[in-house]
Design a protein around this ligand. Structure first.
Ligand code: FES
Length: 292
C-alpha cells in the first residue's frame, strides 16, 4: 500500500525540485483560476472565447490541422484546459502523482507553445518553451530522486484504495476550483456603445480594422466610398473567427473555408453555411467612427 505524506513529499525533493514545484504549482493554479473567473472564456460571443483564441492561431500554428478539429468542441476543450491546469497545479503542490503531473504540465506547455506562442519570435520571448523545459526538468529530478530507493510507478495504482482516493480528491478539488472561480467571474471590459472605434482621420477609405463590439463580439470595421460598416467575425457555421483577406476582399473562415463578402452585406458566398455574418451598427459621429 502506497503511503503518502505531504511534508515528506517536500522533504524528499531536492532543493531545485522544490523551487520548481512551488513556482509551477502556483502558476498553473493561477492559470486555471484566471480562466475560471473570466466570463468570456467559455462564451462564444466573447472576444476572449477559447474558440476565438484557437481560431486566431490557425494561420500560424504548425498543428493547425489538429486545432481545426478542436475548435468544433472548443467549449469542452476550454473546460478540459481549466480542469487540467487546476489538477496539475494541485498535484504538483501536494506531490500526489507528481511524475504524471509533470508530464501533463510538459505536454500542456508544448501544446500551448505550438499554438498560442508559436508566432512569438525569437522563441525565448514566449514563456511556454520555458514552462515545458521546467516541467521536463521537474519530471527527471523527481524520477531520479527516487531511483535506487524505491520503484515508483508513473501511473497511480488505482487498485490501491488510498491512492485512488487521493486521485479522486485532486479531481474533486479541480472541479470545485472551477465552480468557485465561476462565482467570482468578472465581465470582460468592452467598449460601450458610442465609444470611438477609430478616428476618422486615421481610417481612410479602403481601411479595415478588427475590434471588439460593445458586447465583446469580435468584429471587423470597413470604410469604403459608400461609408462605414461592420460585421461580427463569428462564423455562422460553427463559430470560428473569420479573418479579412485583402487579396480577395473577402472574410474567410480558417476552419472549414466559409467565405463572406463584406461588400454584399456579409453574405455567405461559399462554404458550409448560407447565413450572412451579422451586421454591427456603426456610424460617423464628428471626428470618430462609433458603434450605435
Ligand atoms: S466554422 Fe465552419 S466554416 Fe466557419
Amino acid at each position: 500500500m502506497a503511503s503518502y505524506s505531504l511534508s515528506k513529499s517536500w522533504q524528499s525533493s531536492p532543493m531545485g525540485a522544490r523551487v520548481i514545484r512551488l513556482f509551477l504549482g502556483v502558476t498553473f493554479i493561477y492559470g486555471g483560476w484566471n480562466k475560471a473567473t473570466d466570463s468570456g472564456f467559455l462564451d462564444p460571443k466573447s472576444a476572449h472565447y477559447i474558440g476565438a483564441q484557437i481560431s486566431s492561431y490557425l494561420t500560424t500554428s504548425p498543428i493547425s490541422f489538429i486545432l481545426k478539429h478542436i475548435i468544433e468542441h472548443a467549449t469542452l476543450f476550454g473546460w478540459l484546459v481549466m480542469l487540467s491546469e487546476f489538477a496539475i497545479g494541485i498535484a504538483t503542490l501536494t506531490g500526489i502523482a507528481l511524475e504524471l503531473a509533470s508530464l501533463g504540465g510538459f505536454f500542456l506547455s508544448i501544446t500551448l507553445w505550438l499554438s498560442a506562442t508559436w508566432s512569438v519570435k525569437p522563441y525565448f520571448l514566449g514563456s511556454d518553451t520555458a514552462y515545458a523545459i521546467l516541467w521536463l526538468a521537474l519530471f527527471f529530478l523527481v524520477r531520479n530522486n527516487t531511483k535506487g530507493r524505491r520503484v515508483t510507478a508513473l501511473l497511480p495504482d488505482l487498485r490501491d484504495r488510498r491512492e485512488a482516493l487521493r486521485i479522486f480528491g485532486i479531481a474533486a478539488a479541480s472541479v470545485a476550483a472551477v465552480f468557485a472561480g465561476s462565482r467570482f467571474r468578472t465581465a470582460t471590459p468592452t467598449p460601450e456603445t458610442g465609444t470611438a472605434i477609430a478616428k476618422l482621420a486615421d481610417f481612410p477609405i479602403g481601411s479595415t480594422k478588427a475590434f471588439a463590439a460593445a458586447d465583446g463580439t469580435p468584429s471587423v470595421l470597413f470604410r469604403t466610398k459608400a461609408g462605414v460598416f461592420a460585421y461580427s467575425r463569428v462564423c455562422t457555421h460553427q463559430g470560428c473567427t473569420v479573418g479579412y483577406d485583402a487579396k480577395s476582399n473577402l472574410l474567410i473562415c480558417p476552419c472549414h473555408g466559409a467565405q463572406f463578402d463584406p461588400t454584399k452585406d456579409g453574405a455567405a458566398i461559399s462554404g458550409p453555411t448560407k447565413i450572412s455574418l451579422p451586421k454591427i451598427s456603426v456610424a460617423i459621429k464628428g471626428t470618430d467612427i462609433v458603434q450605435i
